[in-house]
Design a protein around this ligand. Sequence first.
Ligand SMILES: [Zn+2]
Length: 312
Amino acid sequence: MIGSGLKKFAEANGLTVKNGVAYGTYDGVFLTLQEGAGWKSVSAAVYFDTAEQSDRVRGWLGDEARQKEFRIQGGSVTDVSVKPGSVQVAFTDNPGTMGKIEAFLPLFTAMLKDLAVKSTQVCHSCGMAGGDAADVLIGSTVYHLHDSCSAKAEAELREEADERKSTGSVAKGAIGAALGAIIGAIPWVIVYAMGYIASLLGLLIGICAKKGYELAKGKETKAKGIVIVICVLLAVVVAEFAAIVAVNTADGIELGWTFGEIVAFMLEWAMGEGLAVVLKEIALGWLFALLGIFQLLRDTFRQTKVEKVVRL
Ligand SMILES: [Zn+2]
């Protein structure tokens, strides 16, 4: 997607706007710019001659002061990515971000040129100049590729996607997510028992459920998001009731009660004066948990998307 800010920038700098991206040579570097909900991204199509070049680029982009200054989204593979063929940087999109990007670009291109990273005039896959190289959009970057090189890239992407879909299992991931959610719910129960409102800790339940899914080697598909949401919603309810039991043990529930007796006691309490309180706390817990895992899930969906290859 391309908004008015990027469009204006593209026009002023002679970039081509096509297929939802702006691309072309800017200050000697072959760049692609685009944006989505809450982010703008810049990626440079490059050819690294040495591993040292890519390490230095990674180091430059990983600098925390620089990330802060230019609103670079750090910490996730999808936000700053340096790999053979491309360097991608995502920016948090707020008013003024376009100005940050305009200030960032000359420094970025100067850094690439200082390191003698090849970007224009070469195929970004094989590094050779000349031949039948053409512009090809893959994911969010436009590359200059030979026909045979882009066919190879397309085959590799398909293979990668197939492999990702065939490793791990959703069932294993679900068990991991459930265990993670239960562990993440423990602080909720403790904090509640100490007399505080615990809804904010719904966030922790979400994070633990996702971690559990991954540790259990759950399959990386969209089902992951659904499994995590279900585990989180259930865990918040369980945590809320466990917390009520913990609080009411002192005045009501006694040790030695059967499970059925405890449930009956809780239901009676929940149906009476406690109902409004319980519902409110569960709803708030859900809200915080879902807000917390929104970003995590967005990354999941982005990572499981198969990148398309479009010849421009
Ligand atoms: Zn090539």
